[in-house]
Design a protein. Structure first.
Length: 60
């Protein structure tokens, strides 16, 4: 998800920096997938931490 968003961000920003015609608005929406990828990764980290704590409590 993050990779798709990162590529969309580069594709969207490149025409602005090169002075060519900007891409359609939906490309800016695809750029938001980069943030969604970060959120999914962060949720996975927090779930892993919670699982580790539960396992540590069960082992005591």
């Amino acid at each position: 998800m993050f990779i798709i968003g990162a590529v969309a961000t580069v594709v969207t920003v490149a025409p602005l920096l090169l002075g060519s015609t900007p891409f359609p608005t939906y490309m800016f929406g695809l750029s938001m997938l980069m943030g969604v990828g970060f959120l999914i990764a962060g949720a996975g980290v927090f779930r892993s931490i919670a699982a580790g704590r539960r396992q540590a409590r069960a082992g005591q």
